[in-house]
Write a protein that binds this ligand. Structure first.
Ligand code: ADP
Ligand code: MG
Length: 329
């Protein structure tokens, strides 16, 4: 589809370390439509944050994109000049991180931080900026905005700080918000409120959200579509309903099985045995093969094909391919 808001094509990202270069993200591809809420899920260490930072142009030193492209509204971000990129970053594409305390400036008043992008990217008067800042603080459910603009981050609770981050992210009405584990550090009640707030913002501002979490249960509550990531690559993607009704990859099945359930009082039903392979381990075949109960010999030596199961559901797996062939034979 040509009207995608964001398109990531064959993206590979590597880390430069003293002992060599290692791939963190491998040939990643997906697109995100205007107004869509797309989930990116995978265990810790799968490369979700590095993917987010690559898209936002915020990769740290020693990590670099070595192939592929990231286009935002048809523009290749890597080709933009620093100044043009900064304009997109502050205004059209914004990020929310897991730990607001590390992204907020402890020495700057809340009002000034929230309004910063507006000051940089609009020609509004000081009075108009103050008005908009108060409005957005109210919008994200923060009480007494007039007092809050003069407060410092340490005077706020974790949930309130996350709301401040969301206010900062939406004040310029971006087209895309990348939210990297924004509720992971919060307790379940506050987590539910923040998810509700993101849903409202998506509807009201029609901004797309790339929502990243290690918890498929959280992703399911918010997202329209999901990408399941393992060892730097997407192993399954599809509409939320389709992926939950017919998960095709053993990793996706494992993630679904490990969602805490209410009847077991939050206990997990199962855990996926094994762990995410270290980056230093070169993968010949399917990266999940060593942990997969269904793996065959070919899974360890050849890259699995990408199989389309339904128009909006695909999986990278030899075995799932066989099953779907049988189904349609
Ligand atoms: N600055 C860095 N230098 C070297 N390796 C890194 C750096 N940041 C992340 N990595 C490695 O990249 C992999 C993916 O990390 P990350 O994207 O943070 O995973 P996730 O967000 O899915 O938990 C991990 O193995 C991590 O150790
Ligand atoms: Mg992360």
């Amino acid at each position: 589809m040509s009207d995608a808001l964001l398109r990531v094509n064959d993206l590979s990202v590597c880390a430069l370390t003293e002992s060599g270069e290692y791939d963190i993200v491998n040939h990643l591809g997906f697109s995100l439509q205007k107004g869509e809420i797309l989930g990116l899920v995978g265990e810790s260490g799968c490369g979700k944050s590095v993917t987010a930072l690559s898209i936002a142009g915020l990769l740290p030193e020693k990590i670099r994109i070595h192939t592929g492209s990231v286009t935002f509204e048809g523009q290749e971000l890597q080709l933009l000049k620093k100044r043009e990129l900064r304009k997109i970053q502050g205004k059209e594409l914004s990020m929310i991180f897991q730990e607001p305390m590390t992204s907020l400036n402890p020495l700057m008043k809340i009002g000034r931080q929230v309004s910063e992008n507006l000051r940089l990217h609009s020609s509004l008067t000081a009075g108009e900026i103050r008005g908009q800042t108060l409005r957005i603080l109210g919008k994200v459910g923060l009480p007494r905005p007039e007092e809050l603009i003069d407060a410092y981050p340490h005077e706020l609770s974790g949930g309130m700080r996350q709301r401040v981050m969301i206010a900062m992210a939406v004040i310029c009405k971006p087209k895309l918000i990348i939210a990297d584990e924004p509720t992971t550090a919060l307790d379940v009640t506050i987590q539910a409120q923040i998810l509700g707030l993101l849903r409202e913002i998506n509807r009201e501002f029609d901004c797309a959200i790339l929502f990243i979490s290690h918890d498929l249960g959280v992703i399911r509550r918010l997202c329209h579509r999901v990408l399941v990531m393992y060892a730097g690559t997407v192993v399954e993607e599809g509409a939320m309903r389709s992926v939950f009704a017919h998960p095709a990859h053993e990793y996706t099945k494992g993630l679904i099985g490990s969602i805490p359930t209410r009847d077991l009082k939050g206990k997990r039903l199962a855990n996926i045995p094994g762990h995410v392979p270290p980056l230093t381990e070169k993968q010949m075949g399917c990266p999940f093969a060593p942990r997969c109960g269904q793996a065959q010999a070919a899974c360890f030596t050849q890259k699995p094909p990408s199989i389309t199961l339904e128009p909006n559901h695909r999986v990278c797996c030899f075995e799932a391919g066989k099953e779907s062939e049988e189904e349609y034979a």
